[in-house]
Structure formats: C-alpha cells, structure tokens
Design a protein around this ligand. Structure first.
Ligand code: ADP
Ligand code: MG
Length: 565
C-alpha cells in the first residue's frame, strides 16, 4: 500500500490560501491589485464586520468575458504571464494566478463582470471553490464579493481578530495602495459607513495631503534622484519631526509596498547624527526600477523582493536622503540666524523706546528681576498639607501657600505647549477612542498638534482614533474625556481666526483635564519636585486660566493682618 498520495485540488488551494490569505485585509489587497491590473480608474470597497462578513471590491476596469470569468478562479489561471521570460519582465501587480483560486476555496465568492462596451455580462457564484450558479448580468467593470472567509477552515478562522482590528488592517492596506496609486479614486465603506473617500490625486504629494492633511506634509522634505537604472523619490521627516514609534514608514518598489530591513537601515543611517534616541523618522519612499532590476517572485504576497544590485540602491537612498536633510538643515539654520538677528534688533529698539519713555521708573522693574535670581539648586522643603488642594511652606521672610493642582496645570500646560520635557511611552494596550462624526473630523485636522505633545495618535477608521503612546504625565488621564473636550471646543469654535494658537488651546485643555494629581495628596518629595518644576516654568505664578498658583504672605503682611503694626 503506497504511503504517498497526490493532494486533492481543494487541499492544494487551501494550502496556497494559507500563504496568500492571512486575513480579510489580504483579500482586499489581492482584489484591488486585480482591479489595478485591469486598468481601472476607481475602486470601491465595502466591508461588513471587519471584512469577516463581507468584502466587496468593485472596479470600472476592463472586465472579463464569460470564458475568462469561468477560468479566473482556477488554480494557476492568469492573463499576466505566458512564458518563463515574462517572469523577469513583470509590469503588473499580479502574475502568480493563485489569488482568486485561494480566496474562492476558503469563502463564498460571487463574480460579476462585463468587458468594456459589452451589453452582456456574467455572474458566477462559487462556494468553497465549487461553481454554484452562472447567469447573465451586465455591469460596468468587475465586482467581486467574498463572504464568510474561512467558513470552511475553522482552525484558520480562530486566528482572526476583533472586527475593529481586522478593519484596522484593511484601512492600513488601503492606505498603502492609495499612497502607491495616487491616480486611482479609492472609496471604503465599513458597515455601511464611509471611512475613506480619496479622489484622484495629481501625484504622491497630493495623495499624502489627502490622507494626512497639509500640516503633516509641512513636516516632510521632498527628495529625488535618478540614475539610468533606477529612480527614487519621496518625502521624509524634516529635522526634528520624529516619532516615538515606527509609524508612517512606507517603502514602495514599482508601486508595491515592500518590507526591507536593510533599506530601512539606509534611511536611519541618513539621520544618524540628528535622530534622538528611540525616535523614528517618517518616510514615504518610492523606488522605480526596470522589471529586470528586481525580482518580485520571492514571496507569495510579494511583500519582499530581491534586488539584483542592492548596494547601489542602499547607497543611492542613503546619499539622497542625507544630502536633502543636510541642505534643509543649512537653510533652516540660516533662516534661524536671520530671525535672531531680527529679534535682537527689535528687542534693542523696544528697550531703547521704553527706557526713553519711562525715564527713571524703568529701574524698579529691573531691580525686581535682580532681586529674585533663579536658585542654583532648590532647597529641600517641608510642607504642611492644608486640606483640599492647599499646601503651605515657609519661604524667605514669610509663608507661601500653593494650590498644587494649579501648579501642576501650569507645568503640564507649558510642557505640552512647548513640546519639551515630555517622556512618551508605548501603551501596553493601545487605546481606542470613538467620537461623534463631527467631533472626529474636526479633531482629525489637529492630530499633528497632539503628536507634537508626545501623544502617538492615529486615525483608525469608523470615527475612531487609536492612541499607542502617551507622555508619562498623561498616564492616568482620561484620554476619552480629553479628546472629546478638545473636539467639542473646535465644534464650538469652528471658525478659528488665524491668530488663534491651536496648540495653545489644546495644551490648555489637556492640562486642565489631567489634574488627577490634584485630587491626591502629594508626598514631600513630590511636592519638592513640583516646586522645582514650577520654578522652571516661564510663568510660574499663574495657572493657564490666570488663577494664582501660589500666594505669598510676608512677615510684614502677617504682622499687619494680626494687628501688630
Ligand atoms: P493574477 O492576478 O496573479 O493573474 P488572480 O488569481 O489574482 O491571478 O487573477 C486571475 C485572473 O483573473 C487575472 O490574471 C485576470 O485576468 C483576471 N481578473 C481578476 N480580477 C479581475 C478584475 N477585477 N478585472 C479583470 N480581470 C480580472
Ligand atoms: Mg491577482
């Protein structure tokens, strides 16, 4: 009795599906790549339950006639290559002829398609790889519906995550496709709600702006370089615009998203001298190579590629980005020097004018400043808790009473506003915050401001944001309340005037909310630290709303109060 058997077609397809189809987002990727290969202009994606219930991709591309429609979901069926030599001259996204057969074998699939100009069309239903129905149905382009993915592979289905996580992967996948194909209109509906709607863009710059907003784009520097073999182009972090996580790092080779550690290394090397520890640059890098310079037939999902001469690409990438950053540093340094000179001149003339006008009285102000020089170190103090938010301590010739809640607000407000001394850390469980549609879209325009405050926040689709990192200072703050409070502010003040400092508004609201510490009695060491931090603040004597942070009673005043004049 022989031990060896040839596997059944169904099993072979399921094995292939294991490689190509990991989750609903992989189905979206494969279907969209087919739409792109069919020269479409517009792609619409509908999903239900994070794609687990339904994924429907509709395009306005070339479509298929009946024969092709009946062949396309067979194993190794492709119109994209015919002979071995074609493998080294790939101009399409697909070529392996295994996506539709893999998807068909693990789902209930429906294909509706018509060729351009044809009045006739075809509808085919396939369940678990077996054709159930074939009918006439005319349509523009092709629509492929995939329902109940992995319904016949329970072991696989178990690995799928929650609807929102699967949707996150779909949005992520669509973002990559959108970034690499700005000439396509891309629409995503999830559970019948519009999540993404990107019109045709003129190029990558406009596409990045459509997805992330113009503010985001301002933090990026454009670079490009061409040799006779390759051309490379993209947008990378300007000096100082770094992130605490590896977010928004994209690398495309001939419009395919690729993962390549050594090329990522080239980019990090370009930033070597200016990248703070545990910071990461943003990058959107587009490499174009003739098909003979790169082999895409390495990985079933084509996430990895083999370059015939990797060193050339590594060096080109490294030099091009480094030179661009170097140039922009010089320019920004020059402009800083100019502003400083300008400020110096202005300050000088203001000083002159006030002195001139105020005459001798000017001395009083100067004297005051000289009388309270900042201490080289802060003495260890002993505090007396006075109840509520009040703490008292002896100071110089008198007594000082702190509202430690207000102090905390002032310190945090200045740190957020100036983006300094914040120590962001990754959250163990990213936080999802869902907001009403209007608030969501208003906040969307200000994500960059939040990021500058050490809050790693991203759009998550479905009116939801995801927060992956927070400054330690906001560790136990109620971020849901904070974000909705900020959003409400923008709802109430939709027409911000150009002089409104958005950052200042946001910093104030966060500081005001995260006064959790105000409700807790701080110990002596914490109070000493609070005072040290307060002394470093630019305006230590008032909270962001103008209330005093501390009141000082001199011995003279105390004597007066006690009627001891
Ligand atoms: P591949 O893309 O590697 O050729 P697929 O299994 O993804 O393999 O698709 C098989 C074939 O079906 C394609 O080669 C193409 O001819 C046809 N096809 C699939 N999707 C579409 C579509 N949206 N429009 C037109 N033709 C399509
Ligand atoms: Mg394909």
């Amino acid at each position: 009795m022989p031990l060896i058997e040839i596997l059944s077609d169904d099993l072979i397809n399921k094995i292939a599906a294991g490689e190509v189809i990991e989750r609903p987002a992989s189905v979206v990727k494969e279907l969209i790549e087919n739409s792109i290969d069919a020269s479409c202009h517009e792609i619409k994606v509908d999903t239900l339950y994070g794609g687990k219930g339904l994924i429907r991709v509709s395009d306005d591309g070339n479509g298929m006639d009946r024969d092709d429609a009946l062949t396309c979901f067979q194993r190794h069926a492709t119109s994209k290559i015919k002979k071995e030599a074609d493998l080294f001259n790939i101009h399409t996204m697909g070529f392996r002829g295994e996506a539709l057969s893999s998807i068909a074998s693990v789902s209930r699939m429906k294909i509706v398609t018509s060729t351009i100009g044809s009045m006739k069309g075809t509808l085919i239903e396939i369940h678990g790889g077996v054709v159930r129905d074939t009918r006439d149905k005319a349509i523009k382009g092709t629509t492929i519906e995939v329902r109940d993915i992995f319904h016949n592979m329970p072991a696989r289905k178990k690995f799928l995550k929650s609807n929102s996580t699967e949707l996150y992967h779909i949005v992520d996948m669509l973002t990559q496709i959108a970034l690499s194909h700005p000439d396509k209109r891309i629409i995503l509906y999830a559970d019948e709600r519009e999540v993404m709607n990107l019109p045709v863009a003129s190029g990558i710059q406009e596409r990045i702006a459509q997805i992330y907003g113009n503010e985001f784009l301002k933090g990026l520097e454009h670079f490009e370089e061409t040799t006779h073999e390759f051309s490379i182009e993209g947008f990378v972090s300007k000096v100082g615009n770094f992130r605490k996580a590896r977010s928004h790092q994209y690398f495309f080779v001939n419009q395919r998203p690729i993962k390549d550690n050594s090329l990522r290394h080239a980019i990090y090397q370009a930033y070597k001298d200016i990248l703070p520890e545990s910071s990461h640059p943003l990058f959107f890098v587009y490499l174009y190579s003739s098909p003979s310079g790169v082999d895409f037939n390495v990985h079933p999902t084509k996430r990895e590629v083999r370059f015939y001469d990797k060193d050339i690409i590594y060096n080109m990438l490294f030099h091009s980005i480094r030179d661009t950053i170097e140039k922009s540093r010089v320019t920004s340094y020059e402009s800083r020097v100019k502003t400083h000179q300008h400020e110096a001149i202005n300050q000088h003339s203001t000083f002159y004018n006030t002195q001139h006008a105020a005459g001798n009285t000017q001395h009083t102000a100067n004297l005051e400043i000289r009388e309270s020089p900042s201490m080289p170190y802060s003495p260890m103090r002993h505090f007396i808790y006075g109840g509520d938010v009040f703490v008292a301590y002896p100071d110089k010739d008198g007594i000082c009473i702190l509202d430690h809640h207000a102090c905390h607000e002032r310190i945090l407000y200045e740190r957020l506003r100036d983006g300094v001394k914040l120590t962001p850390h990754q959250l163990l469980f990213p936080l999802q915050v869902r907001l009403p549609k209007k608030e969501h879209s208003l906040l969307l325009d200000h994500l960059d401001e939040l990021r500058k405050m050490g809050i790693e926040i991203d759009e998550f689709g479905m009116d939801t944001f995801i927060i992956r990192a927070l400054p330690l200072e906001l560790d136990d703050a109620d971020m849901v309340a904070i974000l909705s409070d900020i959003a409400t502010h923008f709802v109430d003040h939709t027409s911000l005037s150009p002089v409104d400092d958005v950052r200042d508004i946001i910093a104030k609201r966060i500081a005001c909310h995260s006064s959790v510490r105000g409700k807790r009695v701080l110990n002596n060491e914490e109070l000493n630290q609070l005072l040290r931090d307060l002394d470093l603040a630019k305006n230590p004597n008032h909270c962001p709303h103008g209330r005093p942070t501390r009141l000082y009673f001199s011995l003279d005043e105390l004597r007066k109060m006690f009627g001891r004049k």
